[in-house]
Design a protein around this ligand. Structure first.
Ligand code: HAM
Length: 431
């Protein structure tokens, strides 16, 4: 058997591929990136790109030693003479904050809004919507701590999915407090769970030691039964005064702007760097256990990475999961455009000339060329398969007169266009 792609990865395929589905359609994928770019750049975000492999220490310190990502899901990079000091990035935030510190971006006007998209890697148990290489659109705001920035970030995230035509999205909003609130809450959880240690899953026994809050996020039914039984007080009811006031302000802005959300006291998030505002976007098509996207405030992250205190907030959504949600709602995404013009030569004698016309016309529009001489019938059929708007076959007569007989493949109408006017004609058609 020919070599297959690794488990948990996907190929993005061109239009017309035999096994195409929405979540592997390259044009749907790039459409999401284009829409995100439009919405985010309108809000003042600038594009940033960071490496897809980073120092393992960055992820351990950034994402956090108690997370599943660091404990079980890291893809280690090894190369000759190296012993795995690098890993494939599991998310974008830690790398962006590292770049912010390393490149001195603090000198730029604050708040600095950045966005990126690209592949992320987590060695997860593969299932629908849970891949080992997946892609995120990621938005980060650095250098601002007010609640207004939180509310704007949430509204923007909702704005991107709305612009894509997705309707059934729910925002689950919570707050995980300041570090001291979390410490107190973790102490409360330790007291609560320790007498029932034997009933916790092995993973959660470990979590009880490292970061008890993570138990609440456990996927084990055994853990969830115990959580219900113990009637655990949620983090949201344990916020300190400052975090509670911040949360109330975020909500007030969202209410004011008509951005709908549900307060979810159980929100924990799977990364350690969060504090205060945290949220997830959910969609029925993706299933209750997996979020479409998530984000939160991470004011301590820059310090965690060895820099000064830099307040930050951001979010990311998974492009593959968005595509699953769009497919579930039956939202039609624009298929990639075909060429505006398809050109062929009638005989060998006109091939070089027709190829030159095609190359020159590409200054104005997308033009495909047939390479081999074609009879008009074959040329038009081929042009239709490629979804061209116009097609023309250049014979000796056309070459001599310097005129193209353009056929509109949708209507069948024909018209003569002088070669001298071709560029202008294509530009007008393209507008
Ligand atoms: P996250 O919640 O770990 O947050 O991931 C964000 C989104 O990435 C998820 O909601 C999901 O759509 C997608 N995703 C995560 N893992 C997978 C997977 N295995 N397969 C497919 N899709 C997946 C973060 O990564 C944070 N960096 C977000 C953030 C930015 N917070 C602040 N700034």
């Amino acid at each position: 058997m020919a070599i297959q792609r690794p488990k948990g990865t996907q190929d993005l395929l061109p239009e017309g591929s035999p096994k195409l589905s929405l979540d592997t359609q390259a044009s749907a994928f790039t459409h999401i990136q284009d829409v995100a770019r439009r919405v985010l750049e309108r809000a003042g975000a600038q594009f940033i790109a960071t490496p897809i492999f980073e120092d393992a220490e960055l992820v351990k310190r950034g994402v956090g030693g108690s997370t599943d990502i660091v404990r079980k899901e890291m893809f280690t990079v090894t190369y000759f003479g190296d012993h795995g000091g690098f890993i494939l990035r599991p998310e974008g935030t830690a790398g962006i904050v590292r770049a912010y510190l390393q490149a001195g971006l603090k000198q730029l006007p604050a708040p600095l809004k950045l966005w990126t998209h690209g592949p992320m890697f987590r060695a997860e148990n593969v299932q629908k919507g849970r891949l080992r290489q997946f892609h995120q659109v990621d938005y980060e705001v650095l250098g601002a701590e007010g609640a207004l920035v939180d509310a704007e970030a949430i509204a923007l995230m909702v704005g991107v999915v709305r612009e894509l035509g997705l309707k059934g999205v729910r925002v689950k909003l919570g707050s995980i407090g300041d570090p001291e609130d979390r410490e107190a809450y973790n102490a409360y959880l330790r007291g609560l769970f320790t007498p029932h240690l034997e009933r916790l899953s092995d993973d959660s026994k470990d979590r009880l030691e490292r970061n008890p809050m993570r138990i609440l996020d456990s996927k084990s039914a055994q853990d969830q039964d115990l959580i219900r039984e113990l009637d655990v007080r949620p983090m949201l009811d344990s916020l300190g005064e400052a975090a509670a006031a911040h949360f109330a302000q975020v909500r007030a802005y969202l209410d004011d702007w008509g951005v709908a959300y549900d307060v979810d006291p159980s929100i924990v998030r799977g990364l350690d760097y969060y504090r205060r505002t945290a949220w997830e976007l959910h969609h029925e098509g993706v299933g209750a256990k997996s979020a479409l996207g998530g984000g939160g405030r991470y004011d301590g992250l820059a310090e965690q990475l060895g820099g000064p205190m830099v307040p930050g907030i951001g979010w990311a959504f998974g492009i593959e999961r968005l595509l699953i949600a769009l497919a579930a709602e039956g939202v039609a995404l624009p298929a990639g455009d075909g060429p505006l013009l398809y050109l062929a030569a009638m005989e060998d004698a006109q091939v070089a000339f027709a190829a030159k016309v095609a190359q020159e016309a590409r200054a104005a529009a997308r033009v495909e060329f047939a390479y081999r001489p074609q009879k008009p019938g074959n040329a038009f059929r081929d042009a239709e398969r490629r979804r061209a708007r116009y097609a023309a076959v250049i014979g000796s007569d056309e070459q001599e007169r310097g005129v193209l007989k353009l056929k509109h493949l949708g209507t069948g109408a024909q018209q003569d266009v002088a070669l001298a006017d071709l560029k202008t004609f294509l530009e007008q058609e393209n507008a």
